[in-house]
Ligand binder design. Structure first.
Ligand code: FES
Ligand SMILES: [Fe+2]
Length: 419
């Protein structure tokens, strides 16, 4: 691997308030990121609600690795590498479906949906029975948290709970917006491919400095008050949780207003069934509190973005290409809210939506710009002087500051410096 022939000195590329432009453009760095981030740490794969019934499966990725997320006949979720142990063919070629077994199209080996080799044509050609010996590869570690399935290709390392750390509460808060405490990702995914390094997307998801500039037109057209929250005088904050995770916390603004569903740009009268179901589930006071706070705006490093009404999954393709998979959040037991979630998602990040198109244009221009030679560094120092470090190590800054990016880069450095 290139890395061994030419070691990369990460401390020379990542300073406290600056990062070197080559971090977004160097192919060798991208390959090393695959090994040390994407194939070592916990990566979000998919949600259990995407495979609700026994034998349901869906193709997903971890870095560049294609995996089959499949629920076996016993209801257990498995993450299997989509590679035949015979001559390496892709075993599953449909993006999703329901199957008790997978048959490789090349020589017909057949695998149960927990990965075991069940049979193959003309067994007399093998001196020993290969069943039990050869099967589909399993992702080394798999863990589901609130239905969110994460995988790690490394057999050892921090647990998922340790990896999520304080960011875990963003997922807990997300699911309690359902009267039944469950998210269902059933609306289908849109895919947006951008010619940009994946880290620009990670950083942008909790960059509260750009919305007033980049998204000025959609805020104006939609007459949304959300844009005003991304202001230096806003009480919203940016927060770095550690382990690369961050959020923009708009709750201080919503709490000051104190009106349920304001986070969604509406009020209770527009979602009467949802309101009734929430009150029945949590009681009036707690339901009101949840419906004022709404869904968080959090980036779970390296690839899961909870974005109030949507969920994004980042998939790197190469050093300068990334796919964003986006779906509308759907809450179990909330049909009227879910319909609005889908409509708002189409309006903001659908094929004709402004919001993601604005960001995508910035990603691609930045990627082209950062490929130029001078100046070599990107500046990340905004707001360092006013950030606060809590007892739990969580760092809080102004909503428009670079708190999240700075934290992400220090975590990145620690991962990349590891042997
Ligand atoms: S490559 Fe799969 S059966 Fe031969
Ligand atoms: Fe944006």
């Amino acid at each position: 691997m290139n890395v061994e022939s030419k070691p990369i000195h990460w401390q020379r590329l990542i300073r406290d308030d600056e990062v070197h432009g080559s971090l977004y453009t160097d192919e060798a760095i991208f390959r090393e990121e695959l090994e040390k981030i994407w194939y070592r740490t916990w990566v979000y794969v998919g949600h259990e609600s995407e495979i609700p019934k026994p034998n349901d499966y869906i193709l997903k990725t971890i870095g560049l690795e294609e995996v089959i997320m499949v629920r076996d006949r016993n209801g257990q979720v498995n993450l299997l590498h989509n590679r035949c142990p015979h001559r390496g063919n892709r075993v599953c070629v449909s993006n999703h479906g329901n199957a008790r077994s997978f048959t490789c199209a090349y020589h017909g080996w057949n695998f149960s949906n927990n990965g075991e080799l069940k049979g193959y044509p003309y067994p007399s050609g093998f001196v020993e029975d290969k069943r039990g010996e050869l099967g589909l590869g399993r992702v080394a570690r798999m863990r589901s948290y609130q239905g969110f399935v994460f995988g790690s290709l490394a057999a050892t390392g921090p647990t998922l709970e340790e990896h999520l750390g304080s960011a875990r509460e963003t997922i807990d808060d997300l699911v309690r917006n359902s009267p039944e405490g469950e998210v269902e990702l059933t609306a289908g995914f849109l895919q947006h491919k951008v010619r940009s390094n994946w880290k620009f997307l990670v950083e942008n998801e909790t960059d509260g400095y750009h919305p007033q500039v980049v998204h000025a037109s959609i805020f104006e057209v939609a007459r949304s008050g959300i844009g005003d929250l991304y202001h230096e005088n806003s009480t919203a904050v940016g927060r770095y949780f550690g382990n690369g995770h961050s959020e923009i916390d708009l709750r201080p603004e919503f709490r000051a207003i104190g009106k349920p569903m304001r986070w969604f740009g509406t009020d209770e009268s527009r979602v009467p069934e949802y309101t009734a179901a929430m009150k029945a589930a949590y009681g009036d006071e707690k339901a009101r509190e949840i419906m004022i706070d709404g869904v968080r705006h959090a980036m779970i490093f390296p690839n899961l973005f909870i974005a109030e009404i949507q969920l994004f999954v980042l998939q790197p393709l190469s050093v300068d290409e990334t796919v964003q998979h986006v779906t509308a959040l759907q809450f179990k037991g909330a049909p009227d809210l879910n319909k609005r979630m889908r409509n708002q998602t189409m309006g903001s990040v659908g094929p004709a939506g402004f919001l993601l198109a604005d960001d995508a244009e910035m990603y691609e221009r930045t990627q082209r710009g950062v490929g130029l030679r001078n100046p070599e560094w990107l500046y990340l120092g905004r707001g360092r002087h006013r950030e606060q470090v809590g007892e739990d190590g969580v760092i809080t800054g102004n909503v428009t500051d670079d708190t999240a990016s700075r934290g992400m880069w220090q975590h990145y450095k620690s991962l990349m410096e590891a042997a």
